[in-house]
Design a protein around this ligand. Structure first.
Ligand code: GLN
Length: 443
């Protein structure tokens, strides 16, 4: 597949042909990466996750409860794509309401990993990563609340970037956990990620959490020498495939002239509990609006309370219901202080710990997931699935930018991805370091 950079220099006629080719291949593909094939024009086609509003397109967040709902406006990121001459093409599959790490919970069925179709592509932006890695999309937009861009990119051997919280407008993104969600690019390489990030970033009055910062263009300098921290006690929990990829990446970074420093983090054992308290609390609140009255699906019923009850019972899937229950529990008056408030405090400690490392380092190198992509159906226990988020969620809790890129393949040929993490609003260092690693690693 041609890269985004190459596609941007093509004429409209050439792009029409490319788009037709993508559409044909995507429709014939067994990956189930696409759940819709709408097109907004004949600019460079960007695949859009099914939780980002595109005016006039169906938007379901992978849920039955939004069946039949059509977006009445463009998300700000979509407006920016269109203003820059790009188009939207296709809806990518995702875990229901972006809750999941495997893309197995979508109402539209399971998406498969292009490297091995018996394995998951990761999630929740699994459709986007599978399509980009499987040669049926040039580039895609995903969303990352606790790893949903970076982890599928790592499982599928492509690049996924989560911007600093506030860098990219969330206006028009179906909310999962609003204090953690960010939209970001999933691409074939680091340069394309920077191009797409530059197009979508920037202050937006319509998002009150949007940062009003200078909006300089990213000019990647892959010769810049950086100080990169490795967190020794973090890596010990990953399996051998990941450890091997990690050692290889550290060596490549050293050979490229970067300085490696060693650090430990004390609070990592609280990451998962903190995230799953805060994310479910916010999700329960955000999903309260789906009641059968205003959006999408409405169940048969005889009166209004039955309408709410039946619509939510039939419309939401199992994982989403679990999180609504958990979220309402941690917010309930008897437990609020013990769980929600405590988690907010721990969130600050996690952020402070990252910031202390960034006093000495430009970047942190970390695994994205403790293993390569698991087999479809392997994660029956929700707690096991939550544990697989151990390397990604703290970055969202701290609001930091991070980029996942492929560095190795294991003996089965499955990709191993690692992430670089930067201090808030230092996407420049992130792209410089990632580009240098991409150049010096033999993937
Ligand atoms: N796997 C995490 C969750 O289920 C992260 C999902 C995401 O980033 N949207 O919450």
């Amino acid at each position: 597949m041609i890269t985004l950079k190459e596609a941007l220099s093509k004429s409209h006629d050439e792009l029409k042909e490319i788009l037709a080719d993508i559409e044909q291949k995507a429709k014939a593909s067994e990956l189930n990466a696409y759940v819709g094939f709408e097109s907004s024009g004949d600019g460079v086609p960007i695949l859009i996750k099914d939780n980002i509003q595109v005016n006039g397109w169906s938007v379901t967040s992978g849920s039955k409860i939004l069946q039949g709902y059509v977006a009445p406006y463009d998300a700000t990121v979509i407006t920016k794509l269109k203003e820059n001459g790009l188009s939207c093409f296709g809806r990518s599959n995702m875990d229901e309401f972006a809750m999941g790490s495997t893309t197995e919970s979508s109402f539209y069925g399971i998406t498969k990993n292009p490297y091995d179709t018996s394995r998951v592509p990761g999630g929740s932006s699994g459709g986007a990563a599978a399509a980009v890695a499987g040669g049926i999309a040039i580039a895609a937009l995903g969303s990352d609340t606790g790893g949903s861009i970076r982890q599928p990119a790592a499982y599928c051997g492509c690049v996924g970037m989560k911007p600093t919280y506030g860098r990219v407008s969330r206006y028009g993104l179906g909310a999962y956990a609003s204090s953690l969600d960010q939209i970001g690019p999933i691409t074939q390489n680091v340069e394309d990620a920077a191009i797409l990030y530059d197009i979508i970033k920037g202050h937006d009055e319509r998002d009150s959490t949007s940062a009003d910062m200078p909006n300089e263009k990213t000019i990647i300098d892959d010769n810049r020498k950086l100080t990169i921290a490795v967190i020794d006690n973090y890596i010990s929990e990953a399996d051998n495939d990941i450890k091997a990829g990690y050692a290889k990446a550290v060596k490549a970074l050293q050979d490229a002239g970067h300085t490696i420093i060693h650090k430990n983090m004390q609070n990592t054992k609280y990451d998962i509990a903190t995230y799953y308290i805060l994310a479910t609390a916010e999700a329960a609140t955000n999903l309260a609006r789906f009641d059968g009255i205003r959006y999408g699906f409405r169940a048969e019923s005889n009166n209004v309370s039955e309408l709410y009850y039946n619509t939510r019972s039939e419309g939401f899937g199992e994982e989403v219901k679990r999180r609504i229950l958990l979220g309402n529990f941690v917010l309930s008056s008897g437990y609020y202080d013990a769980y929600y408030l405590k988690a907010q405090k721990v969130r600050h400690l996690i952020r402070d710990e990252f910031n202390a490392i960034f006093d000495e380092a430009d970047l942190i190198l970390s695994p994205v997931a403790p293993s390569v992509a698991p087999l479809i159906g392997a994660n029956h226990d929700p707690l096991e699935m939550y544990k697989s988020d151990m390397y990604t969620i703290a970055i969202n809790l701290a609001g930091l930018p991070a980029l996942s890129l492929p560095v190795d393949k294991n003996s089965d040929g499955m990709p191993v991805g690692l992430q670089l993490i930067a201090k808030a609003f230092d996407e420049q260092a992130l792209f410089d370091g990632a580009s240098s690693l991409e150049k010096h690693i033999n993937y």
